[in-house]
Design a protein around this ligand. Structure first.
Ligand code: JFZ
Length: 593
């Protein structure tokens, strides 16, 4: 049967190259279909991404110059000639690579699936490829196939194993995508690249390394929708149980990948994954020590799970095959948290209670997990409009009963004392009856019991030409950041209004968090709290340019007195017609103590 599959695949693959090359922006056409094997992925919640290649040996340094941002893009950033770069393989010898140790670390970290770069844009295959000699067995003194060892070790730990493959960008090849410094783009034959390297290598990976949980394609290009469909059809024959990432292109992936380091601002009813670097680079950079702490990882994981997605966190091993110290230590720390709290993450869906000042929620049938990230001063965790019959509430660790009460449609949980430095304390609320729907239009809760309340732009109702948009920018290079902002507010008719539920009478300092370029600066704006106007004049922070930091300013514009609890409307708009007022990221309300 397997041989037949190969023959059929070869036939299909052969047909693939008939049509014309056409670069199509990937545009998911949600077809509602789900891969029959998707369930393990939906339950996995936490994956390990590994970027490991010839770039790892260079560590972000070329000709004694240090580069910052994506270390795996060094060849492109430094415009290294393909032949010069290829010669580096002769010094790539990861003698410290230990597949069993990597797999054991993934297990200790609570990782459920692993995806490693088999070939990145540099074109160097990290496995024993017969298609191209530019690989770790033929071109380096290491002469072994680390992917074979890692695939076996990973599966032995019960962890799904998969490959990342850059199916179009290949700076080593005259017909591959992306190398404009060595090769004339107008003379490239993408179809030839697909026919001679990309597709044959994908076949090698899908026939010689056992059952793959995931094939993580990256940067679709050069193929039409029909060709991509044929490629997907042919590869599925080789790996019918494997899930394909959405970056295969043309909406043909089995789950949705967001942009690098991007989390959707609210739950979405799709199967999706958020990918994050551990420091600021996917590939190893010796001078990038900006690692996310265990607290940041644990809270990021809770935030992603509370929106219904998976987090795949990346590590970038160095050229000797060592995983960076902080990656190892902080993955283990995350694993220790998951060992005690994993029930609130694995196999959960997003919680039906939206993010609150105290934290976020995940869920299983009849259970709501409260991830307490900020303990309110009075310990009261408000669950607004929580229309369920609560039977009990308890601490996840130790199962200690926790007091709760109801007030109308609200449930108030009395949080027990918590370790001040706890990254995330989980309480469990059990209930009878149907699970309510998530209310995306619920007012944002504002509490005087926490140091700061943040109203994100995603909650804005906009008028006229105002728009809520996700803005992408970077600090170094390729270290993408995303901010959802209210944009294009150019006159009084372009407003952003927010419905908030303020739970106590208090004075609040109002802080607008926005980015404002030179043209927008020094324009007057108006903030209204239930119609009471407060004026301000915009301050310059930075222009918006995706290749540079988008600098947000936190501009305190007013103190407002809230005389009684209730639902309020906060409106922000330009006072006069002019340039875009600013890109509003959030409104922060700090109770005046
Ligand atoms: C790509 C690669 O270029 C990068 O080196 C790394 O491997 C990353 C995981 O994937 O970078 C991308 C690709 C697509 C988007 C962002 C970064 N995107 O669609 O937003």
């Amino acid at each position: 049967m397997y041989i037949k599959r190969l023959a059929l695949a070869a036939l299909l693959l052969g047909q693939l190259t008939a049509a014309h090359a056409q670069d199509e922006m990937w545009d998911k056409s949600a077809s509602g279909r789900q891969h029959p094997n998707i369930q393990w992925f939906k339950e996995a919640k936490f994956g390990l991404f590994i970027h490991w290649g010839l770039y790892s040996k260079l560590g972000g340094v070329w000709n004694n110059k240090r580069y910052y941002g994506s270390g795996e893009w060094l060849m492109n950033q430094a415009k290294i000639p393909a032949a010069t770069y290829a010669a580096e393989a002769a010094n790539f010898n990861p003698v410290n690579f230990n597949a069993e140790a990597w797999a054991a670390l993934a297990k200790d970290a609570g990782i459920r699936y692993m995806v490693i770069t088999a070939k990145h844009h540099e074109g160097f295959a990290m496995y024993d490829s017969k298609v191209s000699d530019f690989n770790i067995v033929k071109a380096s003194p290491y002469k072994k196939d680390p992917m074979k060892a890692l695939a076996n070790a990973t599966r032995k730990q019960g962890i799904q194993f998969g490959f990342y493959y850059s199916q179009f960008l290949d700076w080593h090849e005259p017909n591959g995508g992306g190398n404009r410094w060595d090769f004339d783009e107008s003379k490239k034959d993408y179809q030839r690249y697909y026919r001679e390297k990309s597709i044959p290598q994908l076949k090698e990976l899908m026939t010689q390394y056992g059952p793959l949980g995931i094939v993580w394609f990256d940067m679709p290009g050069g193929l039409t929708k029909q060709q991509t469909q044929q490629l997907v059809d042919s590869l599925r024959i080789l790996q019918p149980n494997s899930l394909f990432s959405s970056r295969v292109g043309q909406g043909l992936g089995d789950y949705r990948d967001f942009g690098d380091s991007e989390v959707p601002p609210a739950p979405i009813n799709e199967v999706w994954e958020s990918i994050y670097t551990h420091n600021d680079s996917w590939g190893y950079i010796e001078h990038d020590m900006n690692f996310k702490s265990p607290r940041e990882i644990i809270r990021l994981l809770a935030n992603v799970a509370s929106k219904g997605g998976n987090l795949m966190l990346n590590v970038g091993p160095d050229g000797k095959g060592n995983i960076p110290y902080y990656s190892e230590q902080y993955l283990k720390a995350t694993g220790r948290w998951l060992a005690q709290n994993g029930e609130s993450i694995y196999a959960t869906s997003y919680g039906f209670i939206p993010a609150q000042p105290w934290g976020v929620t995940t869920a299983k049938p009849g259970k709501l997990y409260l991830h307490v990230l900020v303990r309110p001063q009075d310990g009261k965790l408000l669950l607004p409009n929580c229309k369920v019959a609560v039977t009990k509430v308890y601490t996840l660790i130790g199962k200690k009963p926790v007091a709760f009460s109801t007030a109308g449609a609200d449930v108030i949980v009395q949080a027990p004392p918590m370790e001040a430095q706890s990254a995330n304390t989980v309480l469990v609320l059990e209930y009878k009856g149907a699970t309510p729907a998530y209310d995306a239009a619920a007012p944002v809760t504002i509490s005087a019991q926490v140091p700061v309340n943040t109203i994100e732009a995603i909650h804005a109702s906009t008028s006229d030409s105002a728009r809520v948009k996700s803005l992408t920018y970077s600090h170094y290079f390729g270290d993408w950041k995303h901010a959802v902002c209210v944009t294009n507010m150019q006159g009084p008719a372009d407003s952003a209004s927010f419905k908030v539920r303020i739970t106590e009478a208090a004075d609040f300092k109002v802080i607008l968090e926005y980015a404002c370029g030179t043209e927008s600066a020094r324009q007057e704006g108006e903030l209204q709290v239930n119609g009471k106007p407060y004026l301000f004049r915009t301050l310059r922070s930075s222009e918006f340019d995706k290749s540079n930091p988008l600098m947000f300013i936190q501009h305190a514009v007013a103190i407002t007195t809230v005389s009684k609890p209730g639902v309020y409307t906060i409106v922000v708009r330009p006072l006069q017609q002019g340039k875009e007022l600013f890109k509003l990221k959030s409104i922060r309300l700090e109770p005046v103590r």
